[in-house]
Ligand binder design. Structure first.
Ligand code: NOJ
Length: 524
Protein backbone atom coordinates (compact mmCIF):
# COMPACT_ATOMS: atom_id res chain seq x y z
CA UNK A 1 0.00 0.00 0.00
CA UNK A 2 1.09 3.47 -0.74
CA UNK A 3 2.16 5.70 2.11
CA UNK A 4 -0.39 8.51 2.28
CA UNK A 5 1.66 10.78 4.50
CA UNK A 6 3.95 11.57 1.62
CA UNK A 7 1.19 13.46 -0.09
CA UNK A 8 0.11 15.34 3.00
CA UNK A 9 -3.61 15.53 2.42
CA UNK A 10 -6.40 14.18 0.34
CA UNK A 11 -6.17 17.10 -2.06
CA UNK A 12 -2.55 16.24 -2.80
CA UNK A 13 -3.48 12.61 -3.13
CA UNK A 14 -6.03 13.46 -5.80
CA UNK A 15 -3.51 14.96 -8.14
CA UNK A 16 -0.62 12.67 -7.37
CA UNK A 17 -0.94 10.63 -10.50
CA UNK A 18 -1.98 12.52 -13.53
CA UNK A 19 -1.82 9.38 -15.62
CA UNK A 20 -4.50 7.50 -13.75
CA UNK A 21 -6.76 10.17 -12.33
CA UNK A 22 -9.71 10.82 -14.59
CA UNK A 23 -9.37 14.17 -16.28
CA UNK A 24 -12.50 15.55 -14.67
CA UNK A 25 -11.15 14.81 -11.18
CA UNK A 26 -7.83 16.39 -11.98
CA UNK A 27 -9.52 19.46 -13.41
CA UNK A 28 -11.72 19.80 -10.35
CA UNK A 29 -8.69 19.64 -8.11
CA UNK A 30 -6.82 22.26 -10.09
CA UNK A 31 -9.81 24.58 -10.09
CA UNK A 32 -10.29 24.22 -6.35
CA UNK A 33 -6.65 24.89 -5.68
CA UNK A 34 -5.97 27.64 -8.12
CA UNK A 35 -9.12 29.59 -8.78
CA UNK A 36 -11.50 29.04 -5.94
CA UNK A 37 -13.25 31.79 -4.05
CA UNK A 38 -10.37 33.15 -2.02
CA UNK A 39 -12.32 36.04 -0.59
CA UNK A 40 -13.32 33.90 2.39
CA UNK A 41 -9.66 33.57 3.29
CA UNK A 42 -7.45 36.46 4.23
CA UNK A 43 -3.78 36.88 4.96
CA UNK A 44 -3.37 37.76 8.63
CA UNK A 45 -1.97 41.21 9.40
CA UNK A 46 1.38 39.81 10.51
CA UNK A 47 1.85 37.67 7.39
CA UNK A 48 4.91 39.03 5.53
CA UNK A 49 3.99 39.74 1.93
CA UNK A 50 7.04 41.03 0.12
CA UNK A 51 9.50 40.59 -2.72
CA UNK A 52 13.04 39.32 -3.09
CA UNK A 53 16.32 40.04 -4.88
CA UNK A 54 20.00 39.17 -4.50
CA UNK A 55 23.11 41.35 -4.54
CA UNK A 56 24.94 40.18 -7.65
CA UNK A 57 21.73 40.01 -9.66
CA UNK A 58 20.72 43.65 -9.16
CA UNK A 59 23.31 45.77 -7.37
CA UNK A 60 25.96 46.49 -9.98
CA UNK A 61 28.72 48.69 -8.53
CA UNK A 62 30.94 45.65 -8.85
CA UNK A 63 34.09 47.51 -7.76
CA UNK A 64 32.51 50.65 -6.32
CA UNK A 65 33.87 52.15 -3.11
CA UNK A 66 36.35 49.40 -2.38
CA UNK A 67 34.21 46.34 -3.08
CA UNK A 68 36.32 43.22 -3.67
CA UNK A 69 35.90 40.62 -6.39
CA UNK A 70 33.54 37.71 -6.10
CA UNK A 71 33.80 34.55 -8.15
CA UNK A 72 31.13 35.97 -10.50
CA UNK A 73 32.97 39.27 -11.03
CA UNK A 74 36.19 37.45 -11.75
CA UNK A 75 34.91 34.74 -14.10
CA UNK A 76 32.47 36.87 -16.06
CA UNK A 77 35.28 39.32 -16.82
CA UNK A 78 37.77 36.60 -17.65
CA UNK A 79 35.44 34.37 -19.63
CA UNK A 80 32.37 36.39 -20.71
CA UNK A 81 30.89 33.54 -22.78
CA UNK A 82 29.88 31.77 -19.56
CA UNK A 83 26.80 33.97 -19.87
CA UNK A 84 24.79 33.23 -22.97
CA UNK A 85 24.15 36.87 -23.91
CA UNK A 86 27.59 38.10 -22.79
CA UNK A 87 26.09 40.36 -20.13
CA UNK A 88 27.27 40.49 -16.54
CA UNK A 89 26.48 42.02 -13.16
CA UNK A 90 28.86 45.01 -13.43
CA UNK A 91 25.91 47.41 -13.52
CA UNK A 92 22.86 45.13 -13.56
CA UNK A 93 19.82 47.05 -12.27
CA UNK A 94 22.25 49.47 -10.59
CA UNK A 95 20.60 49.09 -7.21
CA UNK A 96 23.87 50.12 -5.58
CA UNK A 97 22.97 53.61 -6.75
CA UNK A 98 19.20 53.23 -7.14
CA UNK A 99 18.31 51.60 -3.83
CA UNK A 100 16.13 54.56 -2.90
CA UNK A 101 13.95 53.88 -5.93
CA UNK A 102 13.81 50.18 -4.95
CA UNK A 103 12.49 51.13 -1.53
CA UNK A 104 10.03 53.51 -3.15
CA UNK A 105 8.82 50.60 -5.28
CA UNK A 106 8.35 48.47 -2.19
CA UNK A 107 6.31 51.34 -0.72
CA UNK A 108 4.24 51.58 -3.88
CA UNK A 109 3.45 47.90 -3.51
CA UNK A 110 2.71 48.28 0.19
CA UNK A 111 5.21 45.45 0.82
CA UNK A 112 5.62 44.43 4.41
CA UNK A 113 9.06 42.93 3.95
CA UNK A 114 12.00 42.84 1.55
CA UNK A 115 14.41 39.97 1.10
CA UNK A 116 17.79 41.05 -0.24
CA UNK A 117 21.31 39.70 0.10
CA UNK A 118 24.52 41.24 1.33
CA UNK A 119 27.51 41.00 -0.94
CA UNK A 120 30.28 39.37 1.11
CA UNK A 121 33.04 41.28 -0.75
CA UNK A 122 31.32 44.63 -0.34
CA UNK A 123 31.74 44.20 3.41
CA UNK A 124 35.02 42.21 3.41
CA UNK A 125 36.79 42.97 0.10
CA UNK A 126 39.14 39.98 0.20
CA UNK A 127 36.64 37.82 2.04
CA UNK A 128 38.57 37.85 5.31
CA UNK A 129 38.23 40.06 8.34
CA UNK A 130 41.57 41.73 7.53
CA UNK A 131 39.71 44.78 6.36
CA UNK A 132 36.10 45.82 6.91
CA UNK A 133 34.94 48.19 4.19
CA UNK A 134 33.13 51.15 5.81
CA UNK A 135 31.49 52.04 2.48
CA UNK A 136 29.94 48.60 2.22
CA UNK A 137 28.61 48.90 5.76
CA UNK A 138 27.29 52.37 4.98
CA UNK A 139 25.47 51.17 1.86
CA UNK A 140 23.52 48.42 3.62
CA UNK A 141 22.91 50.66 6.64
CA UNK A 142 21.28 53.24 4.40
CA UNK A 143 19.14 50.57 2.73
CA UNK A 144 18.08 49.00 6.03
CA UNK A 145 17.30 52.39 7.61
CA UNK A 146 15.18 53.42 4.65
CA UNK A 147 13.25 50.15 4.79
CA UNK A 148 12.62 50.41 8.50
CA UNK A 149 11.54 54.03 8.18
CA UNK A 150 8.75 52.73 5.95
CA UNK A 151 7.91 49.77 8.17
CA UNK A 152 9.33 47.31 5.67
CA UNK A 153 11.00 44.42 7.43
CA UNK A 154 14.42 43.42 6.08
CA UNK A 155 14.97 39.69 5.58
CA UNK A 156 18.66 39.43 4.86
CA UNK A 157 20.51 36.66 3.05
CA UNK A 158 24.18 36.41 4.01
CA UNK A 159 25.24 34.31 1.05
CA UNK A 160 23.50 34.28 -2.32
CA UNK A 161 26.23 32.58 -4.37
CA UNK A 162 28.77 35.44 -4.65
CA UNK A 163 31.76 33.77 -3.03
CA UNK A 164 34.94 35.88 -2.60
CA UNK A 165 37.29 34.92 -5.41
CA UNK A 166 40.18 34.03 -3.09
CA UNK A 167 38.11 31.29 -1.44
CA UNK A 168 36.87 29.99 -4.76
CA UNK A 169 40.50 29.66 -5.87
CA UNK A 170 41.19 27.78 -2.67
CA UNK A 171 38.70 24.99 -3.32
CA UNK A 172 35.51 27.00 -2.73
CA UNK A 173 32.79 24.96 -1.07
CA UNK A 174 34.77 21.78 -1.55
CA UNK A 175 37.08 23.11 1.14
CA UNK A 176 35.68 22.92 4.66
CA UNK A 177 37.65 25.99 5.77
CA UNK A 178 35.46 28.20 3.54
CA UNK A 179 32.80 27.63 6.20
CA UNK A 180 35.13 29.01 8.87
CA UNK A 181 35.59 32.19 6.84
CA UNK A 182 31.81 32.34 6.33
CA UNK A 183 31.34 32.20 10.10
CA UNK A 184 33.71 35.14 10.56
CA UNK A 185 31.86 37.14 7.92
CA UNK A 186 28.49 36.27 9.50
CA UNK A 187 29.72 37.42 12.92
CA UNK A 188 30.62 40.85 11.52
CA UNK A 189 27.30 41.22 9.74
CA UNK A 190 25.30 40.15 12.83
CA UNK A 191 27.33 42.54 14.91
CA UNK A 192 26.88 45.54 12.63
CA UNK A 193 23.27 45.10 11.48
CA UNK A 194 21.73 42.81 14.09
CA UNK A 195 20.13 45.55 16.14
CA UNK A 196 17.96 46.30 13.10
CA UNK A 197 17.71 43.03 11.17
CA UNK A 198 15.75 40.26 12.87
CA UNK A 199 15.47 37.70 10.08
CA UNK A 200 18.64 36.13 8.72
CA UNK A 201 19.02 33.61 5.92
CA UNK A 202 22.48 32.06 6.05
CA UNK A 203 22.75 30.43 2.62
CA UNK A 204 20.58 30.43 -0.48
CA UNK A 205 19.68 27.24 -2.36
CA UNK A 206 22.66 25.04 -1.49
CA UNK A 207 21.34 22.33 -3.79
CA UNK A 208 21.12 24.36 -7.00
CA UNK A 209 24.27 26.27 -6.10
CA UNK A 210 26.33 23.11 -5.59
CA UNK A 211 24.95 21.29 -8.61
CA UNK A 212 25.52 24.22 -11.00
CA UNK A 213 29.08 24.70 -9.76
CA UNK A 214 30.30 21.16 -9.24
CA UNK A 215 27.90 18.62 -10.79
CA UNK A 216 27.22 20.36 -14.11
CA UNK A 217 30.00 22.97 -14.06
CA UNK A 218 27.82 25.70 -15.58
CA UNK A 219 28.42 28.30 -12.85
CA UNK A 220 31.85 29.57 -11.87
CA UNK A 221 34.28 28.07 -11.03
CA UNK A 222 33.01 25.61 -13.70
CA UNK A 223 34.43 22.56 -11.95
CA UNK A 224 32.67 19.37 -12.97
CA UNK A 225 33.03 16.62 -10.44
CA UNK A 226 29.86 14.58 -10.98
CA UNK A 227 28.47 12.56 -8.11
CA UNK A 228 31.12 13.89 -5.74
CA UNK A 229 31.41 17.69 -5.63
CA UNK A 230 27.66 18.21 -5.28
CA UNK A 231 27.48 16.23 -2.02
CA UNK A 232 30.73 17.59 -0.66
CA UNK A 233 29.67 21.17 -1.34
CA UNK A 234 26.23 20.60 0.21
CA UNK A 235 27.81 19.06 3.27
CA UNK A 236 30.18 22.00 3.73
CA UNK A 237 27.38 24.50 3.20
CA UNK A 238 25.32 22.77 5.87
CA UNK A 239 28.25 22.97 8.27
CA UNK A 240 28.80 26.62 7.35
CA UNK A 241 25.12 27.34 7.94
CA UNK A 242 25.30 25.63 11.33
CA UNK A 243 28.39 27.65 12.20
CA UNK A 244 26.62 30.94 11.50
CA UNK A 245 23.59 29.72 13.45
CA UNK A 246 25.69 28.87 16.51
CA UNK A 247 27.57 32.16 16.35
CA UNK A 248 24.24 33.97 16.39
CA UNK A 249 22.91 31.74 19.14
CA UNK A 250 25.85 32.15 21.47
CA UNK A 251 26.92 35.72 20.79
CA UNK A 252 23.88 37.66 19.59
CA UNK A 253 20.53 36.02 20.17
CA UNK A 254 20.10 37.18 23.74
CA UNK A 255 20.55 40.86 22.91
CA UNK A 256 19.21 40.95 19.38
CA UNK A 257 16.35 38.46 19.58
CA UNK A 258 16.31 37.61 15.87
CA UNK A 259 15.79 34.42 13.89
CA UNK A 260 18.14 32.46 11.66
CA UNK A 261 17.24 30.02 8.89
CA UNK A 262 18.30 29.07 5.35
CA UNK A 263 16.61 29.00 1.95
CA UNK A 264 16.17 25.73 0.08
CA UNK A 265 15.02 25.14 -3.47
CA UNK A 266 12.09 22.79 -3.46
CA UNK A 267 10.00 21.57 -6.36
CA UNK A 268 6.96 19.40 -5.77
CA UNK A 269 7.33 15.88 -7.20
CA UNK A 270 4.21 14.00 -8.29
CA UNK A 271 4.30 10.26 -8.95
CA UNK A 272 3.91 9.59 -12.66
CA UNK A 273 1.81 6.49 -11.96
CA UNK A 274 0.39 4.47 -9.09
CA UNK A 275 3.13 1.88 -9.37
CA UNK A 276 5.11 1.20 -6.23
CA UNK A 277 8.25 2.11 -8.13
CA UNK A 278 7.02 5.59 -8.95
CA UNK A 279 5.72 6.20 -5.44
CA UNK A 280 9.17 5.26 -4.16
CA UNK A 281 10.63 7.57 -6.79
CA UNK A 282 8.75 10.49 -5.25
CA UNK A 283 10.16 9.70 -1.82
CA UNK A 284 13.64 9.49 -3.33
CA UNK A 285 13.18 12.80 -5.08
CA UNK A 286 12.26 14.45 -1.79
CA UNK A 287 15.20 12.78 -0.02
CA UNK A 288 17.69 13.99 -2.64
CA UNK A 289 16.24 17.53 -2.68
CA UNK A 290 14.86 19.09 0.52
CA UNK A 291 15.65 16.00 2.61
CA UNK A 292 19.38 16.29 2.04
CA UNK A 293 19.31 19.61 3.90
CA UNK A 294 16.24 19.52 6.10
CA UNK A 295 16.76 16.08 7.60
CA UNK A 296 20.16 16.87 9.14
CA UNK A 297 18.70 20.10 10.56
CA UNK A 298 15.31 18.81 11.67
CA UNK A 299 15.96 15.09 12.21
CA UNK A 300 19.66 14.86 13.03
CA UNK A 301 21.08 13.12 9.95
CA UNK A 302 20.81 12.56 6.20
CA UNK A 303 17.71 10.65 5.04
CA UNK A 304 18.38 6.91 5.09
CA UNK A 305 17.28 6.43 1.49
CA UNK A 306 19.76 9.09 0.32
CA UNK A 307 22.59 7.40 2.23
CA UNK A 308 21.64 3.93 0.97
CA UNK A 309 21.25 4.89 -2.66
CA UNK A 310 24.56 6.73 -2.89
CA UNK A 311 26.34 3.93 -1.03
CA UNK A 312 24.87 1.30 -3.37
CA UNK A 313 25.77 3.25 -6.51
CA UNK A 314 29.27 3.90 -5.14
CA UNK A 315 29.73 0.15 -4.56
CA UNK A 316 28.54 -0.66 -8.07
CA UNK A 317 31.07 1.80 -9.42
CA UNK A 318 33.89 0.22 -7.47
CA UNK A 319 34.42 3.03 -4.97
CA UNK A 320 35.90 1.88 -1.67
CA UNK A 321 33.53 4.09 0.33
CA UNK A 322 30.34 6.03 -0.31
CA UNK A 323 30.67 9.24 -2.29
CA UNK A 324 28.45 10.81 0.37
CA UNK A 325 30.72 11.33 3.33
CA UNK A 326 28.70 10.72 6.50
CA UNK A 327 28.55 13.29 9.26
CA UNK A 328 30.41 12.39 12.44
CA UNK A 329 28.30 12.22 15.61
CA UNK A 330 29.76 15.55 16.63
CA UNK A 331 28.78 17.14 13.31
CA UNK A 332 25.29 15.66 13.49
CA UNK A 333 24.77 17.24 16.89
CA UNK A 334 26.24 20.51 15.62
CA UNK A 335 23.80 20.75 12.68
CA UNK A 336 20.74 19.38 14.44
CA UNK A 337 18.22 22.06 15.39
CA UNK A 338 19.94 24.94 13.59
CA UNK A 339 16.93 26.62 11.98
CA UNK A 340 14.38 28.93 13.55
CA UNK A 341 12.57 28.83 10.22
CA UNK A 342 13.03 27.37 6.79
CA UNK A 343 12.96 29.46 3.63
CA UNK A 344 11.48 27.72 0.61
CA UNK A 345 12.22 28.76 -2.97
CA UNK A 346 9.51 27.08 -5.00
CA UNK A 347 8.93 27.61 -8.71
CA UNK A 348 7.36 24.50 -10.23
CA UNK A 349 6.20 20.90 -9.94
CA UNK A 350 7.11 17.85 -11.98
CA UNK A 351 6.12 14.24 -12.51
CA UNK A 352 8.65 11.75 -11.29
CA UNK A 353 9.21 8.12 -12.26
CA UNK A 354 11.74 5.43 -11.59
CA UNK A 355 14.19 5.38 -14.45
CA UNK A 356 16.47 2.45 -14.03
CA UNK A 357 18.16 3.09 -17.32
CA UNK A 358 20.32 5.70 -15.59
CA UNK A 359 21.40 2.98 -13.17
CA UNK A 360 23.80 1.63 -15.74
CA UNK A 361 25.98 4.73 -15.45
CA UNK A 362 29.38 3.40 -14.71
CA UNK A 363 30.71 6.75 -13.74
CA UNK A 364 29.38 8.57 -10.69
CA UNK A 365 26.67 11.16 -11.16
CA UNK A 366 23.83 12.69 -9.21
CA UNK A 367 21.26 11.49 -11.72
CA UNK A 368 22.67 7.97 -11.65
CA UNK A 369 22.35 7.97 -7.87
CA UNK A 370 18.70 8.99 -8.00
CA UNK A 371 17.63 6.69 -10.87
CA UNK A 372 14.86 9.17 -11.50
CA UNK A 373 13.25 10.57 -14.59
CA UNK A 374 11.02 13.66 -14.65
CA UNK A 375 8.61 15.40 -17.00
CA UNK A 376 5.95 18.06 -16.86
CA UNK A 377 2.39 18.36 -18.05
CA UNK A 378 2.47 20.39 -21.27
CA UNK A 379 -0.92 21.86 -20.39
CA UNK A 380 0.54 23.69 -17.38
CA UNK A 381 1.01 27.36 -18.39
CA UNK A 382 4.55 27.92 -19.61
CA UNK A 383 6.87 30.78 -18.60
CA UNK A 384 9.92 31.92 -20.58
CA UNK A 385 11.94 29.29 -18.69
CA UNK A 386 11.33 25.74 -19.98
CA UNK A 387 10.87 24.14 -16.57
CA UNK A 388 8.95 26.94 -14.92
CA UNK A 389 5.30 26.16 -15.45
CA UNK A 390 2.32 27.13 -13.33
CA UNK A 391 0.93 24.36 -11.18
CA UNK A 392 -0.07 26.01 -7.91
CA UNK A 393 -1.43 22.92 -6.12
CA UNK A 394 2.21 21.82 -5.99
CA UNK A 395 2.98 24.60 -3.52
CA UNK A 396 0.00 23.62 -1.38
CA UNK A 397 1.20 20.02 -1.34
CA UNK A 398 4.77 21.01 -0.57
CA UNK A 399 3.65 23.08 2.42
CA UNK A 400 1.53 20.18 3.67
CA UNK A 401 4.48 17.83 3.24
CA UNK A 402 6.77 20.11 5.26
CA UNK A 403 4.13 20.39 7.96
CA UNK A 404 3.66 16.64 8.21
CA UNK A 405 7.30 15.63 7.84
CA UNK A 406 9.14 18.19 9.94
CA UNK A 407 6.70 18.98 12.78
CA UNK A 408 5.23 22.02 11.14
CA UNK A 409 8.23 24.35 11.11
CA UNK A 410 7.91 28.08 10.54
CA UNK A 411 8.20 28.53 6.77
CA UNK A 412 8.74 31.56 4.59
CA UNK A 413 8.32 31.23 0.85
CA UNK A 414 11.52 33.14 0.17
CA UNK A 415 11.15 32.86 -3.62
CA UNK A 416 8.36 32.11 -6.06
CA UNK A 417 8.12 33.57 -9.54
CA UNK A 418 7.37 33.24 -13.22
CA UNK A 419 9.68 34.81 -15.83
CA UNK A 420 8.27 36.40 -18.95
CA UNK A 421 10.09 36.87 -22.26
CA UNK A 422 11.48 40.31 -23.12
CA UNK A 423 8.94 40.51 -25.95
CA UNK A 424 6.06 40.68 -23.50
CA UNK A 425 4.97 44.15 -22.46
CA UNK A 426 3.77 45.46 -19.11
CA UNK A 427 0.63 43.36 -19.38
CA UNK A 428 2.23 40.27 -17.90
CA UNK A 429 -1.05 38.43 -17.39
CA UNK A 430 0.51 35.00 -17.01
CA UNK A 431 2.79 36.20 -14.25
CA UNK A 432 -0.12 37.95 -12.54
CA UNK A 433 -2.13 34.74 -12.70
CA UNK A 434 0.75 32.69 -11.36
CA UNK A 435 1.16 35.10 -8.45
CA UNK A 436 -2.51 34.88 -7.49
CA UNK A 437 -2.69 31.12 -7.91
CA UNK A 438 0.35 30.49 -5.72
CA UNK A 439 -0.79 32.95 -3.07
CA UNK A 440 -4.13 31.16 -3.07
CA UNK A 441 -2.24 27.89 -2.51
CA UNK A 442 -0.47 29.49 0.46
CA UNK A 443 -3.80 30.63 1.92
CA UNK A 444 -5.23 27.14 1.46
CA UNK A 445 -2.21 25.57 3.13
CA UNK A 446 -2.46 28.00 6.03
CA UNK A 447 -6.13 27.14 6.44
CA UNK A 448 -5.04 23.49 6.64
CA UNK A 449 -2.50 24.16 9.34
CA UNK A 450 0.73 25.11 7.58
CA UNK A 451 2.94 27.43 9.63
CA UNK A 452 3.80 29.56 6.62
CA UNK A 453 4.52 33.09 7.84
CA UNK A 454 5.51 34.98 4.74
CA UNK A 455 5.81 35.06 0.96
CA UNK A 456 8.42 36.82 -1.18
CA UNK A 457 7.82 37.13 -4.88
CA UNK A 458 10.89 36.69 -7.08
CA UNK A 459 11.66 39.25 -8.13
CA UNK A 460 11.13 42.88 -7.18
CA UNK A 461 12.84 44.08 -10.39
CA UNK A 462 14.32 42.40 -13.48
CA UNK A 463 17.86 41.27 -12.75
CA UNK A 464 20.70 39.13 -14.04
CA UNK A 465 19.62 35.51 -14.28
CA UNK A 466 23.14 34.21 -13.61
CA UNK A 467 24.57 32.29 -16.61
CA UNK A 468 21.42 33.11 -18.63
CA UNK A 469 22.23 36.80 -18.48
CA UNK A 470 20.16 39.95 -18.38
CA UNK A 471 18.06 39.65 -21.48
CA UNK A 472 16.17 36.40 -21.61
CA UNK A 473 14.13 36.09 -18.42
CA UNK A 474 12.06 38.90 -16.98
CA UNK A 475 11.21 37.95 -13.41
CA UNK A 476 10.46 41.45 -12.13
CA UNK A 477 7.22 42.82 -10.81
CA UNK A 478 8.84 45.96 -12.17
CA UNK A 479 10.40 46.09 -15.58
CA UNK A 480 13.92 47.53 -15.73
CA UNK A 481 14.85 49.27 -18.96
CA UNK A 482 18.32 47.93 -19.66
CA UNK A 483 18.70 50.19 -22.72
CA UNK A 484 18.35 53.21 -20.48
CA UNK A 485 21.46 54.15 -18.48
CA UNK A 486 19.17 55.38 -15.71
CA UNK A 487 17.68 51.86 -15.47
CA UNK A 488 14.12 53.17 -15.32
CA UNK A 489 11.79 50.91 -13.33
CA UNK A 490 8.18 50.51 -14.46
CA UNK A 491 5.36 48.61 -12.75
CA UNK A 492 3.95 45.65 -14.64
CA UNK A 493 0.38 44.43 -14.25
CA UNK A 494 1.63 41.81 -11.78
CA UNK A 495 2.87 44.65 -9.55
CA UNK A 496 -0.56 46.29 -9.55
CA UNK A 497 -2.22 42.97 -8.80
CA UNK A 498 0.20 42.30 -5.95
CA UNK A 499 -0.41 45.78 -4.55
CA UNK A 500 -4.14 45.07 -4.43
CA UNK A 501 -3.58 41.73 -2.70
CA UNK A 502 -1.26 43.24 -0.10
CA UNK A 503 -3.68 46.09 0.46
CA UNK A 504 -6.81 43.94 0.83
CA UNK A 505 -5.24 40.78 2.24
CA UNK A 506 -7.37 38.82 -0.24
CA UNK A 507 -7.04 37.53 -3.78
CA UNK A 508 -9.40 38.73 -6.47
CA UNK A 509 -8.87 36.79 -9.70
CA UNK A 510 -11.07 39.20 -11.64
CA UNK A 511 -9.12 42.37 -10.82
CA UNK A 512 -7.63 43.55 -14.08
CA UNK A 513 -5.63 46.76 -13.66
CA UNK A 514 -4.07 48.67 -16.54
CA UNK A 515 -0.31 49.13 -16.07
CA UNK A 516 -0.32 51.90 -18.67
CA UNK A 517 -2.98 53.91 -16.89
CA UNK A 518 -2.18 53.73 -13.20
CA UNK A 519 -1.36 57.12 -11.78
CA UNK A 520 -0.23 55.90 -8.37
CA UNK A 521 2.87 54.37 -9.87
CA UNK A 522 5.70 56.30 -11.43
CA UNK A 523 5.25 54.62 -14.76
CA UNK A 524 5.27 57.73 -16.83
C1 NOJ B 1 16.67 30.84 -7.40
C2 NOJ B 1 17.85 31.73 -7.12
O1 NOJ B 1 17.95 31.91 -5.74
C3 NOJ B 1 17.74 33.07 -7.82
O2 NOJ B 1 18.97 33.70 -7.71
C4 NOJ B 1 17.30 32.88 -9.26
O3 NOJ B 1 17.28 34.08 -9.96
C5 NOJ B 1 15.92 32.25 -9.25
N1 NOJ B 1 16.01 30.95 -8.64
C6 NOJ B 1 15.31 32.08 -10.63
O4 NOJ B 1 16.00 31.13 -11.36
Amino acid sequence: MMNLTIFGTGACLLQRSKMLVPLVLLTLCVITQANGNASVKKFPENFLLGAATSAYQIEGGWNADGKGESVWDYYLHKQPDIVKDFTNGDIAADSYHLYERDVEILKELGAKAYRFSISWTRILPDGTTNFINPHGIAYYSRLIDLLLADNILPLVTLYHWDLPIAFSNNGGWLNETTGDRFGEYARIVFNVFGDKVKHWITVNEPSIHCSFMYEYGIHPPLKKSPGVGFYECGRNLLLAHAKAYHIYDVEFRKNQGGKVGLSLDAEWPIAASDSLDDLEAVKDYLAFSVGQYMDPIFKGDYPERLVNRIAAASRRQGCTSSRLQPFTDKQKAYINGTADFVGINHYFSLYVYRNESVRGYETPSFLGDTELGTFQDPSWPQSAFTRMREYAPGLYCLLMYLKDTYHNPAVYITENGFPMTPAEDLNDDKKAHYLRAYLKAVLDAKADGSNCQGYFFWSLVDGLEWASGLQKYKFGLYQVDYNDPSRKRTARKSALVYKEIIHSGTIDFSYNPDPYGDKCFKNT
